[in-house]
Design a protein around this ligand. Structure first.
Ligand code: PMP
Length: 363
C-alpha cells in the first residue's frame, strides 16, 4: 500500500534565506522613455547592424558555443590592455561572475564585505550562496570610510570584498589610494567592479600585476551590449584557473560570442557613444543643479543620483508622464528621497527634465 506523503511547499523545503529574499525587480517599460537601467541609449550605425545581421544569419546555432570562447577572449584582450600574464574569465553578465566568486569561497561563516549603499546584488548573492554579508557605511558624501572599512576588515576577515568603481547607485569614483589600502589590508580577494569603466577616468587593471589578491570585473552591458549579457573577470591565471571549474561550460552563447567579437572590432564606435554620453552627463548635471529643490550628485558613470523632496511621488509622476527612472527612496537609509536617472539621448534627457519640472510644479 502506498503511503500518502504530506504536501511539499516552498516554505517547508526551501532555505529560510531564500524565502526571505525579494527577487530583483525589473519593472515593465514598454512605451516608456527608459532611463532606469544604465543602458546605452544609442543604436549601432546601420552598416554595422547589417554586418551583424549577416553574421547571425550564418551562425551555427545548432552547435554548442566554443566553451573557451577563444575569439571573444582575444578580442577582449586587445581592447582591454591587460598586463602580461593576466587571464580572462567570461560570465553571462557580470552578475554571474559575482555568483561564481561567492560560490568559490562560501563556507559556514565566510564573509562577503562591501560598502553601503552599493550594488544590491553583492548582498543578495552573498545571502543565497550562504555567505554572511557585511556592509560598511560610506561617509555622508558617499566616499569610502577608510578607518571604518579597515576596522571591519580586521574584525570580519572577509573572504571576498566588492568595491564598485565607480559606485552604483551613487555614481562617484572612490579615491584610488583608499582602495589600494583596502586591497593591501584585505586577507582575501578584493574585486574591483568596473561596470562603469567606459565613463570613468581610472581603472585598476594596471594594478593587477602588483597585488596577488586583486581581481577586476567588467561588463559590456553599459557600453551598448546589455542585451548580449557579457561580463568578464580579469586577473592572475592562478585564481582564474580555479574559478573556471565553477563556470558552466556554455555560459556565453553562440550569438553573444559572435556579435560581441564583431562589436569589439569596432570598439571605437562604442567608445564614441560613451564620450557622447559623458558630454550629456555634464549637461544634465548642470541642468539638474539649476533646478531649485533638486540636489544632484557628481557622477563618473552613465547615470546621475539626485535627491528631491517627495521622491516617490516624483518618481510616480515621471512614470505617468512616460519616463521611467529608478526610485531608491526606501531602499537604504542613506538614500532617502533619492532617485537615479540613466543618461539618455539629448532628446530623452530633455523629455525627462521637462517631465521633472512639471512634476515639481504639480506635486
Ligand atoms: N556591477 C555593478 C556595479 C552594476 O551596477 C551592475 C548592473 N547594474 C552589474 C555589476 C551587473 O551588470 P551585468 O550583469 O549586466 O553585467
Amino acid at each position: 500500500m502506498s503511503s500518502v506523503r504530506s504536501v511539499v511547499t516552498p516554505e517547508k523545503l526551501l532555505r529560510p534565506e531564500v524565502l526571505a529574499l525579494h527577487a530583483y525587480h525589473v519593472p515593465p517599460a514598454s512605451g516608456m522613455i527608459k532611463l532606469d537601467a544604465m543602458e546605452n541609449p544609442y543604436l549601432l550605425p546601420q552598416t554595422l547592424r547589417e554586418d551583424i545581421a549577416r553574421l547571425v544569419a550564418d551562425a551555427e546555432i545548432n552547435r554548442y558555443p566554443d566553451a573557451a570562447a577563444r575569439e571573444l577572449k582575444t578580442a577582449i584582450g586587445k581592447v582591454t590592455n591587460l598586463p602580461p600574464g593576466m587571464d580572462i574569465l567570461l560570465g553571462n553578465g557580470s552578475d554571474e561572475i559575482i555568483q561564481l566568486l561567492a560560490l568559490a569561497v562560501t563556507r559556514p561563516g565566510a564573509v562577503l564585505l562591501s560598502v553601503e549603499p552599493s550594488f544590491v546584488m553583492y548582498r543578495m548573492i552573498a545571502t543565497f550562496t550562504g555567505m554572511r554579508y557585511v556592509g560598511v557605511p560610506l561617509t555622508d558624501d558617499f566616499s569610502l570610510d577608510l578607518d571604518a572599512t579597515l576596522d571591519t576588515i580586521k574584525r570580519e576577515q572577509p573572504a571576498l570584498v566588492f568595491l564598485a568603481y565607480p559606485n552604483n547607485p551613487t555614481g562617484n569614483l572612490f579615491d584610488a589610494d583608499t582602495v589600494l589600502k583596502i586591497i593591501q589590508a584585505a586577507p582575501g580577494l578584493v574585486v574591483v567592479d568596473e561596470a562603469y569603466y567606459a565613463f570613468a577616468s581610472d581603472s585598476f587593471i594596471p594594478h593587477l600585476a602588483h597585488y596577488d589578491n586583486l581581481l577586476v570585473m567588467r561588463t559590456f552591458s553599459k557600453l551598448g551590449m546589455a542585451g548580449l549579457r557579457l561580463g568578464f573577470l580579469a586577473g592572475r591565471a592562478t585564481w582564474l584557473s580555479q574559478l573556471e571549474k565553477l563556470r558552466l561550460p556554455y555560459n556565453v552563447g553562440v550569438l553573444p560570442q559572435l556579435v560581441a567579437t564583431r562589436l569589439l572590432a569596432h570598439h571605437d564606435v562604442l567608445l564614441t557613444q560613451a564620450e557622447d554620453i559623458k558630454l550629456e552627463r555634464t549637461r544634465l548635471l548642470a541642468t539638474l543643479d539649476a533646478i531649485s529643490g533638486v540636489r544632484a550628485y557628481p557622477s563618473a558613470a552613465n547615470f546621475i543620483l539626485f535627491r528631491v523632496e517627495k521622491a516617490t511621488q516624483i518618481f510616480e509622476g515621471l512614470k505617468q508622464r512616460g519616463v521611467l527612472i529608478k526610485n531608491l527612496n526606501g531602499g537604504h537609509p542613506a538614500l532617502i528621497d533619492c532617485l537615479r536617472v540613466t543618461i539618455g539621448t539629448p532628446a530623452e534627457n530633455e523629455r525627462f527634465v521637462s517631465a521633472l519640472k512639471d512634476c515639481l510644479h504639480s506635486i
